[in-house]
Design a protein around this ligand. Structure first.
Ligand SMILES: [Zn+2]
Length: 338
């Protein structure tokens, strides 16, 4: 059974107007539709949302005004997350990689007959999270797509995908939306004042669909307390801040990197040489760890948090270069770049 779509029921009202118009375009432009698309956006949530929009367009039996009707048997099943012709792949909860087993399962799924008669659709959310083995397995599907199949990949970091996979997909790049338009839409969606919408958008670093989803979830509060914890690290008496365990590891790492980058920018003039070096070294350590996690390493979260905390706290320490060197060695990287 396909994994249920988490946000499927939010689809109709969540789709911003700039995406609706592109969805309409996609279904109404005549001519051959490809078997595989890669949807790219700076915002992973926006890319995933658009890919889901393409899926429902493809599966709908009664397109109206260029959009899925939301009422036919197929649309209803889609919105309930029970559509038998749709399989949605993403990293399993607590994991940061899409494994080969998942892609193999998808291959079998695409080879089956379409239950609703139109097509079999495979969605791969954050496709850049596929392991190399998984991507190679997907490549076989892309090279010889089973009859009536449509593969929709979405990614905010498409450059991480093997070129062989990218080149077999039609690329759909979603443009960055104008900030004023984004703010208007956000304010209308979450019904907040203009300045609150701006704060939301800032917290999501300009990624408007992500900002919209953050407003629903507890994730805004979680992210705020996370960001607030960094400047206090040197005063933290014992263990890591509680807020670090409350978010996904990848979010923790990316927020730490953003914080470090802001610190590097803040170090000016004569102080630059001395102070920036330890920040840059810290950045390298965290970035290496992040890249390992993205490549599918699945270290225990508690251990990583404890190590990270120790690392960040010791940045001012005289022995930081040595501590950082040991950290990098433990990741399989040797030495410390000068
Ligand atoms: Zn429909």
């Amino acid at each position: 059974m396909p994994e249920a779509l988490e946000h499927a029921s939010e689809l109709p009202d969540l789709t911003p107007p700039w995406l609706s118009s592109r969805l309409r375009e996609w279904i109404t432009v005549p001519g051959h539709k490809g078997h595989a698309y890669l949807v790219m956006s700076e915002d992973a949530e926006e890319a995933a949302l658009f890919a889901r929009g393409l899926a429902v367009q493809q599966l709908c039996h009664d397109i109206q005004d260029g959009m899925a009707c939301e009422h036919c048997q197929s649309c209803k099943a889609f919105l309930q997350g029970t559509h038998g012709d749709l399989l949605s792949l993403q990293a399993h909860e607590g994991k940061t990689a899409i494994g080969i087993d998942q892609v193999r399962e998808a291959t079998k799924f695409l080879q089956q007959t379409a239950l609703y008669g139109s097509a079999k659709v495979l969605l791969v959310r954050d496709a850049d999270q596929m392991t190399l083995a998984a991507a190679n397995s997907l490549l076989k599907i892309l090279e010889e797509p089973p009859g009536n199949s449509l593969v929709l990949l979405s990614s905010a970091e498409a450059w991480r995908l093997p070129p062989t996979v990218r080149s077999r997909c039609q690329l759909l790049r979603l443009p960055r939306v104008d900030k004023a338009v984004a703010l208007d839409w956000l304010a209308s969606q979450v019904q907040v004042k203009a300045e609150d919408a701006e704060h939301l958008l800032d917290m999501a670093r300009g990624r408007v669909v992500s900002a919209r989803l953050m407003a629903d979830a507890d994730s805004l509060a979680a992210q705020e307390s996370l960001v607030a914890s960094f400047p206090l690290l040197s005063h933290q008496p014992s263990g890591p801040p509680a807020s670090w365990s409350g978010v996904e590891l990848s979010m923790l790492l990316s927020e730490i990197l953003v914080w470090i980058e802001s610190q590097v920018r803040g170090v000016g003039g004569d102080r630059f040489r001395d102070h920036s070096q330890s920040w840059l070294l810290l950045h390298r350590c965290v970035a290496e760890l992040f890249s390992r996690v993205k490549q599918g390493a699945t270290p225990g979260k508690e251990i990583v948090i404890a190590e990270l905390f120790r690392l960040c706290r010791s940045r001012d320490h005289a022995a930081f270069a040595e501590i950082a060197r040991r950290f990098l060695t433990s990741l399989g990287r040797d030495g410390v770049a000068g």
